[in-house]
Design a binder for this molecule. Structure first.
Ligand code: NI
Length: 172
């Protein structure tokens, strides 16, 4: 297994619509394992393939860092699609491994149903609520070239980008 470098804001791959996965082989399963390793190493709760520089529709989520055994662990979805989302929305703070140091409140549906494939190529349906639903939506945004910055008000976005530029200049 290998820990990959995480691509940061400014890399065009984060803005690209990632490609559908069509081959479910050992290479894909190895990649998914690497994504989990990379996510655990970075102490994140979710990661999408574009964040390690691969334009593929693959996401992994694991909420165990929240130290709640009830929360889902080791969820990998290939070609994930949100097929239903609740009318109920809520705002919570979000961050992103590709934009370290920035956090902001983001409104999202409380519950979603996600369809896709597991790394073996079997159909999967994931029903998710609250933090799990939020993490899935955040990662699915990534494979569509969307960042949480796009889901905050223009004023907030401007402030966050200003902060990012300042941190970059300071070499953090
Ligand atoms: Ni992210």
């Amino acid at each position: 297994m290998a820990i990959h470098d995480i691509v940061l804001l400014g890399d065009p791959i984060l803005r690209r619509e990632a490609e559908e996965v069509t081959v479910f082989d050992d290479e894909l399963r190895m990649l998914v394992r690497d994504m989990f390793e990379t996510m655990y190493h970075a102490e994140g709760i979710g990661l999408a393939a574009p964040q390690i520089g691969l334009s593929k529709r693959i996401i992994v989520v694991d909420l165990r860092l929240q130290e709640d055994e009830e929360l889902p662990q080791s969820t990998a979805v290939v070609n994930p699609v949100v097929v239903w989302s609740s009318d109920d929305t809520e705002k919570q703070t979000e961050g992103c491994l590709s934009i370290p140091g920035l956090e902001e409140f983001v409104w999202r549906p409380v519950s979603v149903r996600v369809e896709g494939k597991d790394p073996e190529g079997n159909d999967v349906v994931v029903e998710a609520h609250e933090l799990f639903a939020r993490a899935l939506q955040h990662e699915i945004d990534h494979v569509n070239g969307i960042l949480f910055l796009d889901r905050v008000s223009p004023l907030k976005r401007k402030m966050l980008l200003k902060k990012w530029k300042k941190m970059e200049a300071e070499g953090e």
